[in-house]
Write a protein that binds this ligand. Sequence first.
Ligand code: UD1
Length: 423
Amino acid sequence: MKKIIINGNRPLTGEVTISGAKNSAVALIPAAILADSPVILEGVPDIQDVHSLIEILEIMGAKVHFSQNVLEIDPREIVSVPMPSGKINSLRASYYFMGTLLGKFGEAVVGLPGGCYLGPRPIDLHVKGFEALGASVSNEHGAMYLRTDKQSLKGNRIFMDVVSVGATINVMLAAVKAKGQTVIENAAREPEIIDVATLLNNMGAKVRGAGTDVIRIEGVEQLHGCRHFMIPDRIEAGTYLALAAAVGNGIKVKNVIYEHLESFIAKLQEIGVNMTISEDEIEVFPSKNLKAANIMTYPYPGFATDLQQPLTPLLLMTKGTSEITDTIYAKRVNHVPELARMGADISVEGNLIITNGPNKLHGAEVVASDLRAGACLVIAGLLAEGTTTIYNVEYILRGYDHIIEKLTALGAEIQMVEEVEAE
Ligand code: UD1
């Protein structure tokens, strides 16, 4: 077990470069197995979720090489190995193998996905989508068994009852090789969905409308390898922007697509954060008289649920009362008691988080309950007077590329140490 130790309350300054998008990478990697020649992904973040997916690909027989953020996947020897448990349970996005294996082989056995606990995270929409394409799906002892009659899927019209990133991508992955046309209505519109569609089209697929709420897919017989440069991580960028606003003394965040962050940046401006925005970087300056603000999370292009927790320490610095309502994950509130342990005036009622500020935080021993809660506690630790120790940092390493190195380069006093287990 690892822990992070931070000596806080030092102004940070300098530049930080954003890595490739985790939520794209975890879909692009399973997507690559649909090709029948090598796929090269560039700009891939060096995070634990990527390493877990590489291990899964190797179990299936792919040849994989990952170095300097370039990931080469040769899927020619891949076979449909049943994966009822093991690595599959370590991350949520392993569910994308349901779509790709079904599309490639017409069958799959994939364990139920793991990942961060944010309250119930059903996959009923994924299942409904696969069934609409002609698959039979059953849950047998905690693993999903997906089968087709004649090893092939048939295009269909699918309306998503709830806007879901995962279900939209998964149905897209299964449908690119289905016979005929698939139309996904009420599709999610996240930039990561466009990134996956771009890769699939580079591989020879016919996907139109990604980024809108109607996606049309003409099935093709074969997909081939290609080279694809992936998008930067808007959630990592938002995390560093929030950090820069809360504890920075002039920080430039580089490799950012501003349009992916419009709702978040609008909120920073409402709070009174002083920044300049240029083509692919945002510089955040020290700001005074920060104002409280209310946040409601929504599907893209609304305020991202993944940025609700990393923004909370900044809200704690503002004067007045802020309310944060997470409409996507009602139980994404486990950072609240940890922040209270650090002296924050913060409370929670259902999915409504209330902060009163400005606060002075002090160091404490805290536990990261999930990936973005971990990022929130890192920012709080950097703000706090004294020493903060964060446990369960494996969550943070799932999604933040070289976080210790990036923060050290900004002048943070932060280290990761291996916990010695008691005898
Ligand atoms: C993705 C992101 C995650 C982000 C979330 C919401 C990845 C790997 N993860 O997760 O970081 O927090 O989007 O932006 O991309 N739902 C159902 N039935 C389903 C699927 C989802 O009811 O079959 C509900 C969920 O409970 C949730 C909402 O739909 O309330 C949105 O979830 P979804 O967009 O599917 O989240 P993920 O794709 O799992």
